[in-house]
Ligand binder design. Sequence first.
Ligand code: HEM
Length: 406
Amino acid sequence: MENEPTTCPAGSGEPAGLPTGRDAGCPFDPTAGLGELREQDPLVQMRYPDGHLGWLATGYATVRSIFADPRFSSRYEKMHYPFADLGPIPPAPVGDMTGIDAPEHTRFRKLLISRFTVRRMRELTTRAEEITTDYLDAMERGGGPVDLVEAFAQPIPALMICELLGVPSADRDKFQRWANIMITQSTDQEAAGAAMAALGAYMSDLVAEKRANPTDDMLGDLTASDLSHDELTGLGAFLLGAGLETTANMIALGTFALLNNPDQLALLRADPDLAPQAVEELMRYLTIAHTTMKSALEDVELDGKVIRAGETVTMSIEAANRDPLRFPDPDVLTLDRKATGHLGFGHGIHQCLGQQLARVEMQVAIPALIARFPSLRLAAPADDVPLRTGASIYGVHSLPVTWDEA
Ligand code: HEM
């Protein structure tokens, strides 16, 4: 979703809208207005674009406690949108788990949790390694410059979702094409919408096929559950969106951040065992899922204030992950710090179900890329890299890179 960036008059009291966007020359940092607000007060009242007087949470402890508090609802239709006046927000589409509460949410979560086991994720590691090698080979054969999003960052999570859901090999090319349009052309709403509709129709046919001939994969397994056809189709589409746009942007933006921090790049290249720690730090530092909202179901006392029932709280996850009270020197990318506890995958009952899969993909793909191309560099000035400013998942639309041929 694209939104118009608004600016915050820093230090002027109650902010009129959420400070968004990126400051010139700072593609990896939340806008300075957010940090200034956090310093003044981690929880402030905020005037929303539709006139609602709600709240903005920017401090780590505050955001984390709201995530964990069952007195807040995640239902979209109860919320006011902090980026623009879009009118009333419709309820979550069928299958979108992030926009519903218990007990509906619990039903989906219980069904899925057993499909994301450590054992299943370990099996998927081997596939992630094979897929990564294939795409690195193709890059090496074709030579640079390439758009890293299209050539590497997007296909790996797309194929991993195919593995997880059980998309047959014969359909993966067309699946890839739609996914690629959704990721790389997210500025072209019409093309992205058409690709999304084609994928939705495909998913519906795939679910029907799996019901007739169950297979040993997530969609195949779930045909044995009590989910209806529409619920399973919606869930498939939701999982695709949840796992693709996020991981693809982390791989591409993570690479951009490493190229921009050559000392950190050298550290990871010299010690690939640092990958698990490095990925946590990249998740914290980049916080691509930067903002989420909740609505109070009852009056809640927090940080010496009272959030009234029905009021929306916007949680700036990116500001929370840069809170110096939780992470020393938060604005410095430090791959060997302990960044665990970051909120980049959310927290509480909606905490990312796919986080182990995402970790596997990032821990395999990023070190393999920098090992294969020791001279990897941007093929355009850093300021020309098109940023996904205003998108609900931050990242880059494309990342031109090149390297010296061996
Ligand atoms: C680096 C990549 C990823 C990031 C940054 C990310 C981030 C998040 C965040 C912040 C949430 C919580 C949303 C909220 O509370 O409003 C979430 C939920 C979720 N994510 Fe991820 N995610 C990633 C990868 C994945 C993958 C690979 C999958 C699955 C294939 C996935 C599936 C889900 C699901 C199903 C939920 C909803 C959980 C629930 O509502 O109970 N995510 N993710």
